[in-house]
Every structure is written in C-alpha cells, then in structure tokens.
Design a protein around this ligand. Structure first.
Ligand SMILES: [Zn+2]
Length: 253
C-alpha cells in the first residue's frame, strides 16, 4: 500500500511540472498546449529532460536556469510540491477500488491546483481550464450519480447566485466572472450542504490570510488578493473532509 502513496506523490510532482507548462503556455498564448518541449521563460533555451525533473532539478541548479543562470521563481517547485502532496491526499481518500473514481478526483485535484496557481500568478481564472471542468463535473454527476439531484441543484444554485449577485452588484469590482465559474465547479463537485462548508472555509482562510498579511505589511489595503486559491482550498477540504466537518458541527446544534 505504501508504494501506491509514493507513486501517487511522484505522479503528482510530474503533473505539477506539467501544470507549470500549461499555465505558462495558456498565459503566453503559445500553441501546442500538450506537446513540445518546455523552454526557459527568460532565455528561451529548450530544456533537456534532466532540467525537467520536478523539484530535484530546481535543487540541483540552485533555483537558477541551467543555461542563463537567471533565478527561477520559487512558485514552480512550490506548485510541484503542492500537486504531489494533493495527489497523495486524494489517492488516500478516494482509494483505488473504483476504476473511474480515482482518475476523476485526481483530475479535479490537478485543476484546483493549476487554476489556483494561475490566479496567484496572473489574477485571472482561465476559461480554458474552468469551462471543461464544469462540463466534466456535470457529466460525472449525471452518469456517476455522485450526488442526489436535489442536493446538486441547491448546491449549484447557492454559489452561482451568490457570486453572480456580487459580480453584477459591484460591476465586477468585488469578484471576477471567473469566480462565478469556480462557484459552478464547487456546486457540481460538492452539492449541498458541503458547498456551504467550502464557502465558509474559503472566507475564513481568506480573511485570516488578509489580516495576517496586513499586520505583517506583506499586503496593502488596496492590493487585489486573488480569491480563487481560497475557494479551491475550501472546496478541496470540503471534498475530502466535508462529511466529518458537518458531523462535528451538527453535534453543537
Ligand atoms: Zn534561461
């Protein structure tokens, strides 16, 4: 069993490095999303396979490009590590009994982490990642019967209506159109009432982050903090521990 977790962690590291390629190409508008070799963003030098070993290449090259020696952002190894740990956690939770369950949830994990890092880097939610995920999650609900229909409808409506109202009420200043798409993913993946757990966690962690950031002067009052990563963090926690959190909470009522 231990080998499976090690394997899922290593697979996650590789998908993390793949995600950084996807993010970079989506942003730069380069064609050929899924093939072709990666280049150094600074000197454009094509990278050899030994430069593409997740995390280890960064450590071996001391976080600098192998060719131009310009520093590489810590974001990339961090993205790979996050993906590795999340793949490990998802595998532990979803189990390997079902043929389609694990790949489906690993795909969601990949998307959550990839969109979060895209949002952190560029303050934008790419439609190319969010829209196909909405379609796939919808299909998984219809054919996989993961969530009861009533729970699905309510769970979908709450974040979409809530974010939609905020978006139109503030004319896109408080929240972006991309956040509404994340709301749709949240509803389709979690259903009601887990979607409430996710929203609650996202706002709590987001507020905590902002307060700590303001106190330590890492962020300024007017700086725009991307909300996507908090929404996905809340969604991920609710996806894996939502039932436990709800049971724990219901003891107090
Ligand atoms: Zn370079």
């Amino acid at each position: 069993m231990t080998q499976i977790y090690l394997l899922s962690f290593l697979t996650g590291l590789c998908f993390g490095s793949f995600a950084s390629v996807v993010i970079y190409r989506l942003h730069s508008g380069q064609k050929g999303l899924f093939w072709g070799r990666s280049n150094c963003p600074k000197c454009k030098h094509a990278l050899a396979p030994t430069d593409l070993v997740p995390v280890f290449s960064f450590l071996a090259n001391k976080f600098k490009c192998h060719y131009c020696r310009k520093p590489i952002s810590l974001t990339y190894p961090l993205l790979e590590l996050t993906m590795g740990l999340c793949f490990l956690m998802t595998t532990y939770w979803a189990g390997i009994e079902s043929l389609w369950k694990l790949p489906y949830y690993l795909f969601l994990t990949f998307i959550f982490v990839a969109i979060s890092f895209y949002d952190i880097l560029y303050q934008e939610i790419p439609d190319q990642l969010s829209l196909p995920t909405i379609v796939l999650a919808g299909l998984a609900d219809v054919f996989g019967h993961l969530i009861a229909p009533s729970s699905l409808i309510i769970g979908f409506a709450i974040p979409v209506v809530f974010f939609g109202a905020m978006f139109f009420g503030s004319r896109g200043r408080w929240i972006g159109g991309g956040d509404i798409r994340i709301g749709a993913i949240m509803g389709l993946v979690l259903g009601y009432p887990k979607v409430l757990v996710a929203l609650f966690l996202a706002y709590c962690i987001g507020s905590l982050f902002s307060v700590v950031g303001l106190i330590t002067k890492r962020i300024r009052l007017k700086s725009a903090i991307p909300f996507g990563p908090f929404l996905f963090l809340g969604t991920y926690i609710a996806m894996i521990w939502g039932d436990k959190i709800l049971n724990w909470y219901l003891k107090f009522i």
